[in-house]
Design a protein around this ligand. Structure first.
Ligand code: TYD
Length: 206
């Protein structure tokens, strides 16, 4: 039985982590070996890179930022994700290269195609079997974060037009690759989103 690589994408406050946890429990209860990961920060090296890319003070050149995400990705895929999938395990991950295209591309400084190419090089072309995009109007995402946060990371502090471009970037990616993406409105109830995800994953497991 080959493993699976499933990623969750969406703006900040879209409920990705909640749904990733629910899917992981559902799969584990059914007897699958589930590995959780996240980007940035799915590995020990990644935790250090995450701290730098999200919380380091001062200006960071856009290409430097993109390359730190790519470095985190390269290490996460090579040492954690790919080996697990090859062992037949199911990897459930918060964010992957679509995040880089949507966020680093949304600043309008970097070309989304170049960002994608760097990520693909970093990950040796390893792509998810399924990507779940929790689509959310950026102003609702902000409200959700405001309720739960005292400290914003560098990306969360960006202005709302940036987050609107992130959302548009994600939707364009999903439209270009409908076979890989499942797009769900993040405003649906937690239960109905979880159920929709389970039906889609059940098809992959057949
Ligand atoms: P996340 O771990 O979802 O943050 P939190 O746990 O605080 O909700 O993501 C951290 C931030 O990193 C998020 O704002 C999006 C950004 N990001 C990029 O800009 N590019 C990338 O390639 C990745 C993986 C994340």
């Amino acid at each position: 039985m080959p493993g699976l690589f499933i990623t969750f994408e969406g703006g900040d406050g879209s409920g990705k982590s909640t749904q990733a946890e629910l899917l992981s429990s559902w799969l584990a209860d059914a007897g699958h070996v589930v590995v959780r990961s996240r980007e940035p920060g799915g590995t020990e090296l990644g935790v250090e890179l995450r701290e730098i890319v999200l919380h380091r003070r001062g200006h960071m050149a856009p290409r430097a930022e993109a390359l730190i995400y790519a470095a985190d990705r390269a290490h996460n895929i090579a040492t954690k994700v790919r080996p697990a999938v090859e062992r037949g395990e199911i990897v459930i991950q918060d964010r992957y290269l679509d995040s880089s295209v949507a966020y680093q591309g949304a600043g309008r400084v970097l070309d989304p195609t170049e960002v994608r190419d760097i990520s693909l090089w970093a990950a040796e072309g390893f792509m998810p079997d399924l990507t779940i995009l929790l689509d959310l109007d950026e102003s609702i995402g902000r409200e959700r974060l405001d309720e739960s946060r005292t400290r914003y990371d560098r990306l969360e502090s960006e202005k709302s037009d940036f987050h609107a471009r992130v959302r548009a970037g994600y939707l364009a990616l999903a439209e270009a690759d409908p076979a890989r993406f499942l797009v769900l409105p993040a405003t649906d109830t937690v239960e109905s989103i979880a159920a929709a995800i389970q039906s889609r994953v059940a098809i992959l497991l057949r």
